[in-house]
Design a protein around this ligand. Sequence first.
Ligand SMILES: [Zn+2]
Length: 378
Amino acid sequence: MSTDPVALTAALIRCPSVTPEEGGALLLMERVLTEAGFACTRVDRNGIANLFARWGNGGNGQSFGFNGHTDVVPPGEGWSHDPFCGEVIGAEIWGRGATDMKSGVAAFVAAAVDFVQETPPDGSIVITLTGDEEGDGVDGTTAILDWMEAEGERMDVCLVGEPTCPERLGDMMKIGRRGSMSAFLTAKGVQGHSAYPHRAKNPLTGLVRLLDRLASHALDTGTDHFDASTLAITTVDTGNKATNVIPAEARATVNIRFNDTHSSQSLTDWIRQEADRVTEETGITFELRTKVSGEAFLTPPGPLSDLVARAVEAETGITPALSTTGGTSDARFVRRHCPVVEFGLVGKTMHQRDERVEVAQITGLKAIYTRILRDYFA
Ligand SMILES: [Zn+2]
């Protein structure tokens, strides 16, 4: 009897697994996978629940990997239905995680479970599920990959089942992601009376000059597979309520989304250089702190992207665009382990209230994942 990915999605949605709560979601997946003959290991770290599952002996043959997350963002207010109801209403299934990405997890788990029972492959299928993708991700997929390395476990290729399609199931897959980092700048001057500016040193003068230079500089013009990198000033603060005081300190943050012509280090070096130039000109000094969410990466078009694209075309009649747009995902961690691409359903309502998706997309996605497994092990 085939596994219904819609029923599995509903069961997952009913697990209130808001990051970092496990919520019963990984326990459910562990039970389903164990019953199908997968060897399951919980790889929890620092209070975050993660699951590693392997079918096959892992030693011989090819190993195909799926990666996904069962945690969800908080539902927020104002839903038309209970955000954890998992109910099918009309043609859609409702609830937090319906698109991002309990449906994707349900689709690849259902595909893998049926595939190993109906046509046992000469090789392994590895499923890695984390309860910490929507959080910092420090103890999520990274923890599983660290554990796999220590245990000699491997995937030869990996498919991440995040939603990737903008309009119709099949219209886009991701072969890389831009990097993301924030730079926190603190400009330091000398406080004083605004009527006697020569006795003070205004940090805002230097900060504004620096921000203008950073924001007006074209980082690059894009590459074959990436859009141009962008820098956005996201806040400027002094906390100064007085109109007659020059503050001693001013702070600003910029967020940079960058392609693979840069690294977080090269961008940090560039910001430092520009800050030093402004210090020479104005005497205002700058402290610089950065937070890196992920480096840019690309899995160049090749056997893995061809495999996925062919399966998508066969099931939907649509040729998926190979894209690197959007935010970061756990593919940024997986790429250190093996070639990785991402393909999933249409993510229009992800992170919104009234998150929902057509059930036809979930069954369609399972069919695509099944075909990918069949072609990979053929
Ligand atoms: Zn997601």
